[in-house]
Design a protein. Structure first.
Length: 416
């Protein structure tokens, strides 16, 4: 890549603070900065230099503990062509994974995992949903929209996008920007969610397909971008454990695991969630896949209270709670929450039963999560065998230089 012709503000690091960038970690913390040459506003592209004036990387600036999110370790103008190549590479990976052959819902851009820290782009059967987690990415929303239009309306039938002719079902109908709740508080951006290309689907109905199952998705009011895409392969795995079994899906949201459990011929499935709206959508998803006859009961209740009160026992339990620890300063409290939750579930599972248990807390490491299960099993005196160790799927790639990107941890345990 050619040297940048654009004069970006320069971030000068303190002596010795360039080591993390030498290891290609994509974050520069505020404590590592010696000075900023030329004023830098939040969202500006900046170049980072060591204390001797040697160029290190280019990224977006924000006045917070993570001051620069790196998107290139080579000098770049960070123009439209630069970002277009990033999007091409991201889609090429998903295409090579074969995702488009068995679903029409996947993650196109996974922030640091795709070299675009601060940006999430998910695909829902013709609708791309963008979420900016940094001002720098938010200010590029219209550019990213134009790139999506160019790639998926003009390049679809040639070899420019993937190196293959006609990548298949990936068509662009509209682009929705859902960034109002994900931007940094300090940015002071008056962001509003809305369609920035195309029109909303008729009656706001978005139906996506995954391994032959169909799901209604609420991109506007739903959590994250509307659906927990990252659990796709884990849902598929669950299916094989459910034949003739009584299943509890805790924190069931819109019934992703529930649909797979019913599809796997469970004898009965109980879905528990504190959101009546989510349970209503779960019921619609069951009807969409199985008509009016399916073996299911929903409970609109706090999961901890449900587990404490129920006299039922289950052959299979799924625990997929929201993040109990979003930041390192709440880690101890979060780990205790996971430990208590799993203790309660283990008391309700049959001998020889199966527990699918997850943490989506970025601050909780795989080792720390496993330790909580060790403590839970000791507390209730149940022997556990790990039969699968789970993570996020290939469309949620993790940069080897950014282990924090492996946020989803899961274990499948046989309970004695």
């Amino acid at each position: 890549m050619l040297k940048s012709k654009v004069m970006f503000p320069k971030i000068i690091l303190k002596k010795g603070k360039e080591k993390s960038l030498a290891r290609r970690h994509p974050w520069v913390f505020s404590g590592a900065i010696s000075r900023i040459d030329n004023p830098a506003r939040e969202g500006d592209v900046v170049e980072v230099y060591d204390s001797n004036g040697a160029y290190l990387a280019t990224g977006h600036y924000q006045p917070s503990s993570i001051s620069v999110r790196i998107f290139s370790f080579v000098k770049t103008e960070a123009n439209g062509q630069f970002w277009k190549e990033k999007f091409r590479e991201a889609f090429s990976l998903r295409y090579r994974l074969g995702i488009t052959g068995y679903c029409d819902v996947f993650r196109l851009v996974n922030a640091e995992g795709d070299g675009m820290p601060g940006l999430i782009v998910d695909y829902y059967n013709g609708i791309f949903v963008m979420q900016a987690h940094s001002a720098g990415m938010y200010f590029n929303a219209e550019l990213f929209r134009d790139i999506l239009v160019e790639l998926f309306e003009r390049d679809l039938d040639d070899k420019k996008t993937t190196g293959q002719k006609n990548p298949g079902i990936i068509l662009l109908k509209s682009v929705y920007n859902k960034s109002s709740d994900t931007l940094p508080f300090k940015a002071g951006i008056e962001a509003q969610n809305g369609f920035i290309y195309g029109s909303p689907p008729e009656h706001n109905n978005i139906i996506v397909s995954e391994y032959g199952y169909k799901f209604l998705v609420d991109i506007e009011g739903g959590q994250k971008t509307g659906f927990f895409i990252d659990q796709r392969e884990n849902r598929k795995l669950l299916e094989r454990f459910c034949t003739g079994k009584k299943v509890l899906n805790a924190f069931s949201y819109t019934g992703g695991f529930t649909v797979y459990a019913i599809g796997g011929d469970a004898s009965v499935v109980h879905s528990v969630d504190s959101s009546a709206g989510s349970l209503d959508l779960a019921g619609k998803n069951l009807a969409l896949n199985f008509g009016s006859i399916f073996r299911h009961e929903s409970f609109c209740e706090d999961v901890f209270k449900f587990l404490a009160a129920t006299s039922d026992t289950y052959d299979v339990i799924i625990l997929d709670p929201p993040a109990f620890s979003k930041h390192i300063d709440t880690l101890k409290q979060g780990l205790r929450g996971y430990e208590r939750l799993n203790e309660m579930a283990l008391k309700k599972i049959s001998r020889g039963g199966i527990l699918f248990t997850f943490s989506c807390s970025q601050s909780v490491s795989k080792d720390a999560f496993r330790t909580t299960l060790f403590r839970s099993s000791l507390a209730v005196k149940r022997d556990l065998k790990i039969i699968y160790q789970l993570s996020q799927p290939g469309d949620h790639p993790v940069s080897i230089y950014h282990p924090e990107g492996e946020y989803l941890k899961g274990l499948v345990l046989k309970v004695e």
